[in-house]
Design a protein around this ligand. Structure first.
Ligand SMILES: [Ca+2]
Ligand SMILES: [Ca+2]
Ligand SMILES: [Ca+2]
Ligand SMILES: [Ca+2]
Length: 395
């Protein structure tokens, strides 16, 4: 590119030099030369009149368009042509001919003014060529850069497309894997659920049976203690100490109230008690032996600062944990665990077979989740690649 410009520049310079050599009147351009034929009548270029050749450039304006005085300042509308070899030719108004100011770089406008003009055409031409070269170079670099960008974008698009293709294939295979692992997981979870449900059901049945047995034991114990005369029957009078069973809110249990509790009978045997009396009174009922134990005696302290009352009072102390011995009977004096204590019991660990099924299902779940995670990661990556590809396509 640079070489081409240089060659063209040189060629122009050479042409310019030659143009100066072509004989023609002063101030006439090369293209107008043919209108000024030496020693032949001259016709003004607007065709308005024809004059003898010696009136061309005779410093007197003859043509209305000023064309007979291309090399003098005689016509106010005349134009002087500078050839400016080495630079570019130009016209200046005739009024600037010999006005003492250098207008043409080849100095030809000041041929008779005494002004000392320097020919600066070559220098100006050189500068202009340099400017042009610089611009050409910048344009070339710009074009190369643009091509580079285009190429990079094309490569980027291709890479993204290839990547997308790869990801799509990988996704397909992972999806197949996920489907298979889901089926395996579901197959493993079915027996797991059945075994776990069976385990839970057995435990609940056991717990219910235990609760019922405890309830029965507790009512038996209560009956034995209430039957103060040991005749195997509970009478209304044997209940009277139990003011906590008061139903009308006067703080004591009357004969009538006691009898109502026994369902109107004067006495009940143990099975009637368990069946119809105990369910009514069990929430309120307190045994003397149910009182909570005394707190441990602190060292060096004689007294029991907060010893709970020995006798039954208004306190609700159904769930005492331990107590002092006051009876030499069997363990009936010890309150059995309450229903809620039984219910709070934790389910026993799974048996080996159930645990093996749980472990197998857990392993299948983990494998499935792992594969699913891979699938989600591939989807995320694909979304990113598609976004970048779209950006490249929009550039
Ligand atoms: Ca003239
Ligand atoms: Ca001048
Ligand atoms: Ca009795
Ligand atoms: Ca009462």
């Amino acid at each position: 590119m640079r070489q081409v410009v240089l060659v063209l520049g040189l060629l122009l310079a050479v042409l310019g030099c030659r143009a100066v050599e072509v004989k023609r009147p002063r101030g006439v351009s090369l293209s107008n030369r043919s209108f000024y034929e030496e020693n032949k009548p001259f016709t003004c270029l607007d065709g308005s009149r024809t004059i003898p050749y010696d009136r061309v450039n005779d410093d007197y304006c003859d043509c209305a368009d000023g064309t007979d005085e291309p090399g003098t300042a005689a016509c106010s509308n005349g134009k002087f042509h500078c050839t400016n070899p080495g630079y570019k030719p130009m016209y200046i108004p005739s009024s600037r001919v010999n006005d003492g100011i250098c207008d043409c770089c080849d100095t030809t406008d000041e041929y008779n003014s005494g002004a000392h003009c320097q020919n600066t055409c070559r220098e100006m031409g050189r500068k202009e060529r340099e400017e042009l070269e610089k611009k050409a170079e910048m344009a070339r670099e710009g074009m190369l850069l643009k091509q580079k960008f285009i190429e990079e974008a094309r490569k980027g698009r291709e890479e993204k497309q290839v990547r997308l293709q790869e990801l799509a294939e990988k996704r397909q295979s992972v999806q197949t894997q996920v489907d298979a692992l889901r089926a395996e997981k579901e197959a493993a979870e079915q027996p797991e659920k059945e075994a776990k449900d069976a385990h839970k059901k057995a435990w609940e049945e056991r717990r219910e049976a235990e609760t019922a047995a405890m309830e029965k034991k507790r009512s038996q114990e209560v009956f034995t203690q209430l039957d103060q005369d040991g005749d195997g029957k509970l009478s209304a009078s044997e209940l009277l100490d139990h003011s906590e069973l008061d139903s009308d809110g006067d703080g004591s249990l009357s004969d009538k109230e006691a009898q109502e509790l026994l369902g109107g009978s004067s006495t009940v045997d143990v099975s009637s008690f368990q069946e119809s009396v105990w369910p009514q009174i069990k929430e309120k009922f307190k045994l003397e032996s149910d009182t909570p134990p005394a707190p441990p005696i602190e060292e060096g302290t004689e007294s029991h600062p907060e010893t709970p009352p020995e006798e039954d009072e208004e306190d609700d102390v159904e769930e005492g944990d331990e107590e002092d011995d006051d009876d030499d009977s069997d363990d009936y004096h010890r309150p059995p665990p309450s229903k809620s204590q039984v219910e709070d019991q934790e389910m026993p660990p799974y048996d080996e077979t159930t645990q093996a099924l749980i472990d197998a299902a857990e392993a299948a779940r983990n494998q499935y989740e792992e594969a699913e995670k891979s699938l989600r990661e591939i989807d995320d990556t694909m979304r990113c690649v598609v976004t970048r590809l779209l950006i490249l396509l929009l550039q």
